[in-house]
Each structure stands twice: as C-alpha cells, then as structure tokens.
Design a protein. Structure first.
Length: 593
C-alpha cells in the first residue's frame, strides 16, 4: 500500500470517527507526516474474527476504537434481526453488554448499547465493571438474543477487545460467526441513538444488583459440601488478587458469605486499565502473582487465588511442606477440580447418566485418566472455551449425554451449567471447598496432586509463545506452519513421532505411512499436533487474537512405583524431555526470523 493510499484511508477515517480523541491521534500523525506509524494503523482493517475484535487501542482502521466497534455492533445487529425474525417483528430483541477495567471501556460499551438500541434491540447495560462469566449468565436469565463483553482478557494495557455472544450465553460459533463477519464487512451506515434518549425511552436499560445477587446465589448453589464449609471455613486463609480487574466484587462476596477469611492484595484490588503493578495481568504467569505470593507468605495463607481482568481465568498457588508457595498450572488445577467434582458427584449420587467431561485439544491428557477412573466419557474440542460451551449446548439439546465439567489449559474452568463460558469466580469457590475437603482428609492439594501422579503417571506441560509483530508477522507465522505441515517432524526430544493430526486439513496419519489418512470431525482450524512415542503431545497454533504463534508441550512419563522417590525420578525425566523439546522448537522459531 503506497503513501497516497494510506493518506486516503486516514482521511476517510477522520471523516467517519465521531470520537475526538481517536480522530485527533490520526490528525496529529498526518501533521507530523509519520508515514511508518500511519502505515501500521491503516495497512489493514482490524478484522472482526470468529470471536469478535481485539487489538491495540487508538485511531485508525487497524486499531480498537469507537468507529470499529460501532461498525461491528451494526453488523451484529443486522445479523441478529435476520436470525430472529419473529422476535424482531414483535420488538422483542435484546442484548446484554458488560465491560472490564480496560481503558475506553466506557466509550466502547456505551456506543455498543447505543447502536443496538438504535436498531430496535433493547440493550441491557451493566452500570460498572462486571466479569465475562456474569455476562454469559445474564444473557441466559434475561432471555437475550446476543451479548457483548468489552475486554482483552489478560493482554497488555494497550489492548482492548469486543467478544460477541449468542442467545445460549456462549460465544458465537459457526455458522453464526461467519454470518456475522459477512454482515460486519458489509456495513455502510451505522445507526446510533443518544444515550439519554435511549434510557428515557427504555431502549437502554441499566442493570447491576438484580443480576449480581442471582449470579452469586447460583455459584453457591453448585457447591457440594456447605456443611463442611460452614464448619471449617474459618480455619482457611485465602490471599486473593483480581489483578486490577473485575473479580473482587464477586470473589470477596461469595467466599466471604461462605465464611472464608479473604485477604485481597490492596494494591491490586481496584479496577485500573494501566495494570500498574504487573507487566501483564495474566494469572498464567508467575510475575503477575508476585505480590499475592508475598502477601501470602506474610499472612501464612493456605491458598493464593487470582483472576484475570475479566475474571474468567483462575490461577492459584499453595504452600508446600516447607512453606514455599508453588504455582499450580492450568492443567494441574483442571485435574484437581475434575477429580474433586467427579468424586463429589459420585458420593452424593449426582452423577448423571452418560456423563461427559470436555477439554480442549491442547489441554493435558492427564485429565483423560481422571475421567476414565470415574467412568466419564472424555471429549476433545478445538481451542477456545466457546467450543466447550457449544458441545455442552449440543448435549443439552439432544438429552442423551450430560455435561459434568469443562476445562482448558489456559486456566479456564466451568463447574456449572448456568453459565456458558469459563468462570473464574465459580472456580474460586469450588477450589476453596476442595481445599477444605482435602484438609479434612489430612491432605493438601499439592499432596493430592502427587497422589494422582503416582496413580496415573507424571504429566508436565510447557508453553512457548513467539511474537511476530508488524506487517510481516502473519507471513512469518504462516511460513512456520506451512513448513511444519509440508516437511513434518520425524522426532522431538529423541522421541519418534507416531501420529500427526492436521486439523486444518481435517486428517490424522502415521508419518511413516502418510497416504493412509483418517478423517477428523473437528471444524477446520490452523492447528498441528504431533503425538510422540510414550504419550507426549506437541501442538502448534497461531493465535487468533494476537500476533504470536504458540507451541504446547504435554509430556508424560510413567511413575514406576507409588513412592516419593519414583515420583521425583519421573519428574526429572519429564523435565528433561520438556527441555529438549523446547530447545528444538525454539530453534525452529529462531530460524524463521
């Protein structure tokens, strides 16, 4: 794209953007003749993907701003009107909008509500910060046809995003995702109503406590041992951080109502889009939990809990026998929760007929062993919690199988059926109960985890993320995937590749006999998986929301005996295997630069 075309796009944006802040950014760049920055902002339009929008905030077609959000909402509104014609005729369409603590949340949520209202879709708008799982829950109990949450999850402060939801409370999936994208791309004109006029006419309805109370009651109703909690809660001390996001309101209230002593990290309690105490507000990363762990050491807490800014992800740390806090991975907490939920369902005769546990394809197969132990069917779905929610919804429609738990390795869990997205608030409540349960049996959660390793084998996980910024980024990542797809990998970490699963091509095959391929039922997605001898799985996937490619290593080695010595030996072997594979993957990524 030449300079003239860039300037034409920039001036067109200035003419359309109603927000002075975003408009003036572009005007200033034109005045300075900052060609490089203008090119980055206008070489493409921020794409409305299958989940919505996510990007760096600022003026430009390749940025998150009110113009792009208004067009996205207009396209979503157009699709909803077509998808629900009877409700549209009767004036019964509605949408729910929530937002977290990121910058411009007020502008982005406001314009979303105003566009919906201008199109005859009643907009239920939360009055202040709310978690993503509460948005999912609200869509269902309010009977909305769609919903939007303004969030960029755990991304750095310069990002914001826009996630679109369907009437079932889950993020949109096919065929609706593609249909919405087509409508967004076809938008020529955006309808907009004045906020105060919308409120006055009942087209925009402000909501808060009436949803909050029901959401919290729902979470408590899904616990298994209220009597145990009532009896033992005062003996457990929790240090919690919402990482400057939305979680404090609900986590403090729910755990407090249960009688738990919750100490929130004071510097991280209030919503703040700068996330001033962390580089990234991501509970998956140890630095984000540093302040919480330090406070836990001071308070001698039994557990550290953390939620990300929109409180759909949940991270933890527990003290070991020496009082040193150990960070628990997403896969490990998923296994612990699955184990506890399933044993509780069995104990209280709440296990439904034909129970199904759902995990994403890059989540550790450790949980497969847990499911099999309790006689539960394990189902794999694509990465992204929307696919877990979709599968849950399909089972509910057919009525033959029944959802019991869902998880993904990126710290996402769903213990209830009333919500259709990962829920860090309910995970916190269930984790608290689980901690009390195992304490009543004389065990810590780390001890329970080691018991499971001794029974089912040692599982260790690593993740490698490589960012490729700028115009060349997508091309480089595409080249990496093409090379892996065409040349394949014969071995990793000294382990032979026994099977390759190519989800983009919907096939899996033995690389020694690639002509004999088995068809896969997954929707197409740019993911490659390499299954190694011994059970280790390595997956490669470019991100759909960030300029990065990610590799997941799910390693496993057997534990020769149910002893601490055998477990330590297995852990050392698994660590060595992960390190070898990591080095080989990093070499591939470095060569692609």
């Amino acid at each position: 794209m030449d300079q003239k075309e860039i300037l034409e796009r920039a001036n067109q944006y200035i003419a359309e953007e109603k927000d002075e802040k975003f408009r003036s950014e572009v005007e200033a760049l034109i005045a300075k003749n900052d060609v490089k920055e203008l090119e980055d902002r206008f070489y493409q339009s921020l794409e409305f993907g299958t989940g919505g929008l996510r990007g760096v905030m600022g003026g430009g077609t390749n940025r998150m701003n009110t113009l792009n959000i208004s067009k996205a909402t207009q396209g979503l509104a157009n699709y909803i009107i077509k998808a629900f014609p009877e409700e549209a005729k009767k004036g019964q369409l509605s949408a729910c909008i929530a937002y977290d603590s990121r910058h411009n949340h007020d502008k982005f949520s406001d314009i979303t509500a105003r566009v919906f209202a201008a199109n005859g879709i009643k907009a239920y708008l939360f009055t202040s910060l709310r978690p993503t799982p509460e948005l999912s829950y609200a869509i269902r109990i309010l009977g909305c046809q769609t919903g939007v949450v303004v969030t960029a999850s755990h991304n750095p402060p310069q990002y914001n995003g826009y996630k679109a939801y369907w009437a079932d409370g889950a993020q949109v999936v096919e065929p609706h995702d593609k249909g919405i994208i087509d409508e967004v791309n076809a938008v020529k004109e955006v309808k907009l109503i004045d906020r105060e006029e919308g409120i006055r006419e009942g087209k925009i309805v402000l909501i808060d406590k009436e949803i909050d109370d029901k959401f919290q009651a729902m979470i408590k109703s899904n616990l298994y041992r209220p009597e145990l909690i009532k009896e033992k809660a005062s003996s457990v001390k929790v240090v919690y951080t919402p990482l400057h996001g939305t979680g404090a309101m609900h986590v403090e209230k729910v755990l407090g109502d249960l009688g738990l002593n919750v100490i929130t990290v004071p510097e991280q309690r209030e919503g703040n889009g700068d996330f001033p105490t962390v580089e990234k507000p991501n509970p998956e990363e140890a630095p984000a939990l540093k302040m919480a762990v330090e406070l836990a050491e001071k308070e001698k807490a039994d557990v550290v809990m953390a939620t990300d800014p929109d409180a759909d992800r949940f991270g933890t740390a527990f003290p070991d026998k020496n009082g040193k806090y150990v960070l628990v991975t997403g896969n490990q907490m998923g296994v612990l929760l699955a184990d506890y939920v399933l044993l509780s369902k069995k104990e209280f005769n709440k296990m439904p007929a034909n129970p199904v546990l759902i995990r994403s394809i890059v989540t550790s197969p450790f949980v497969d062993k847990i499911a099999a132990h309790y006689g539960v069917t394990l189902r794999e779905v694509l990465t992204g919690f929307k696919w877990i929610a979709y599968e849950e919804g399909e089972m509910e429609k057919l009525g033959k199988e029944h959802y019991v738990f869902g998880l993904e390795e990126s710290y996402g869990y769903l213990v209830e059926t009333e919500c259709r997205d990962k829920d860090g608030v309910s995970a916190a409540a269930m984790c608290a109960e689980m901690t009390l349960y195992w304490a009543s049996k004389g065990k810590s959660l780390l001890e329970r985890l080691n018991e499971l390793y001794k029974e089912f084998g040692l599982f260790e996980d690593r993740a490698i993320s490589k960012y490729f910024q700028g115009i060349q980024g997508p091309k480089i990542m595409g080249g990496i995937m093409t090379k892996l797809r065409t040349e394949g990998l014969k071995e990793l970490g000294g382990k032979k590749v026994l099977k390759i699963r190519d989800i983009q091509e919907s096939v899996e095959f033995d690389p020694s006999n690639s002509a004999n391929k088995t068809k896969l039922a997954f929707p197409k997605s740019n993911v490659l998986q390499f299954f190694l001898e011994g059970g280790t799985i390595v997956s490669a996937r470019p991100s759909g929301t960030e300029p990065k490619i990610k590799f997941y290593i799910n390693s496993t080695v057997p534990v020769s005996a149910k002893t601490d010595e055998a477990l330590a030996a297995a852990r050392s072997e698994a660590d060595s295997l992960c390190s070898k594979i990591s080095a080989e993957i990093n070499a591939i990524l470095d060569a692609a630069q």
